[in-house]
Design a protein. Structure first.
Length: 422
């Protein structure tokens, strides 16, 4: 494998005492994982005589325990809030739709929900987020954010309504709903950023969590709209078909796109900054989400023209951004694993196997034919996690802690490789 990095123990060409060491070529393979020269460091070398991990006896377990406790506590707290919120949300839904409307609305809402969650799975395949955090995100969107919206709307209307100069209906649709709903949904993103930072450190993570929260919110909102179409109409079949077409066919990704802009901005900030400055990105990220939401709700008599000329291009732009994020994520993984290969941890062929879609598919087919499929899946996942741990190190954020993670992950990969090849 060709690499421009120096061998361990040798000076990098161009390095001067007291000066800033230049980055090796290709150290920044994409805009997704940009690092500064002052933070760059070589991957730890592998001992020729075999890997002997030097791990402190107690600290790693304690640190891992604290981290897992933070994520677990977030999930438990989210479940508790969801349980409490049900006492507000469920009576409201049943009172608005009736039991038949609720049941039919629930079933119909599963279709657009499935479309968004399948998209989340597509985006999240390369470096999957923990299922417990995705569950938290969905529950937050489906129940907690709905309750927060219901609680905040009367106060927001009383304070901001008269000052807006708009009639109540226009204010509620174009100002109140976008502001309150996006704030309520994105609070879940803020909690994930603060208490599960290890899993929320880039724009892809932000989009995945935002889409999941938005999927939950739209699911509950669709139950309301579909159920009302049945409960309040003299021709429920036709009314349901119209509402279903508008919400489930023409706009299943509307809420995902709104909240996705907040998640994207927060993810970029989380990759570059510590929690304090990253929290500011929460406020900044709400602005485009609220504007997009308001623009969508403002479409009236010219709905079809605006949909075709504005909303469809926004959707296509979202698709392009997601594709670019996936490409950049793969390039970043490949480059970081190349740096471990230069230190002796992988061969060039292994990097191709671990960091390309074709290589992964081929590896999984081979492992499946030999009965080692689970071990190979674990190895692919561990290698991706290792690449992103190195990215955190090179970003200069919490370096000692991530170096400790790196040592554990390298030891785990050595064991997984042995299990695959045995």
């Amino acid at each position: 494998m060709t690499t421009n990095e120096p061998r361990p123990g040798r000076e990098h060409p161009g390095h001067s005492p007291g000066g800033q060491r230049p980055l090796p070529q290709q150290a920044n393979p994409s805009w997704l994982g940009h690092v500064q020269p002052e933070y760059y460091r070589q991957a730890p070398p592998k001992d020729r005589g075999g890997f002997q991990p030097a791990l402190p006896p107690a600290l790693p377990a304690a640190r891992r325990g604290r981290r897992s406790t933070g994520a677990l506590g977030l999930v438990v707290a989210g479940g508790f809030l969801a349980f409490i919120s049900l006492f507000l949300v469920l009576p409201f839904l049943l009172g608005s739709t009736g039991i038949p409307g609720f049941i039919i609305g629930f079933i119909a809402s599963l279709i657009p929900l499935g479309a968004v969650l399948l998209t989340v799975r597509f985006i999240d395949r390369w470096e999957p987020e923990p299922p417990r955090l995705l569950l938290f995100a969905f529950i937050w969107g489906a129940v907690v954010s709905i309750a927060v919206t219901m609680l905040l709307q009367p106060y927001f209307s009383a304070v901001a309504g008269p000052a807006s100069g708009l009639d109540y209906t226009t204010f509620a649709v174009t100002v109140q709903a976008p502001v309150v709903e996006e704030f309520a949904k994105s609070l879940g993103l803020l909690l994930l950023l603060l208490f599960a930072r290890k899993h929320f450190d880039g724009p892809v993570d932000g989009v995945v969590f935002a889409f999941t929260i938005a999927a939950g919110f739209a699911f509950t909102e669709n139950i309301l709209y579909f159920g009302r179409a049945i409960a309040e109409s003299s021709d429920p079949g036709t009314e349901l078909a119209v509402v279903f077409f508008l919400r489930a066919v023409m706009s299943p990704f509307a809420h995902a796109i709104f909240t996705g802009t907040t998640g994207l901005i927060m993810g970029f900030a989380a990759r570059r900054w510590h929690n304090g400055l990253s929290v500011l990105a929460f406020a900044v990220g709400l602005v485009p989400a609220m504007l997009l939401h308001s623009a969508w709700n403002s479409m009236g008599a010219d709905f079809l023209a605006t949909y075709v000329l504005v909303q469809v291009p926004i959707f296509l732009l979202t698709v392009v951004v997601i594709v670019l994020l996936r490409v950049a994520e793969r390039r970043l993984t490949r480059q970081r694993l190349k740096e471990y290969a230069a230190a002796g941890w992988f061969t060039a062929a292994e990097v191709d196997m671990l960091a390309t879609s074709a290589g992964r598919r081929s590896a999984l087919r081979w492992a499946g034919s030999t009965g080692r499929g689970p071990q190979m899946k674990a190895l692919l996942h561990a290698a991706t996690q290792l690449a992103f741990t190195r990215q955190r190190i090179l970003s200069g954020r919490d370096v000692p802690a991530h170096q400790l993670d790196e040592r554990h992950q390298l030891a785990e990969i050595a064991d997984l490789r042995a299990a695959v090849l045995k």
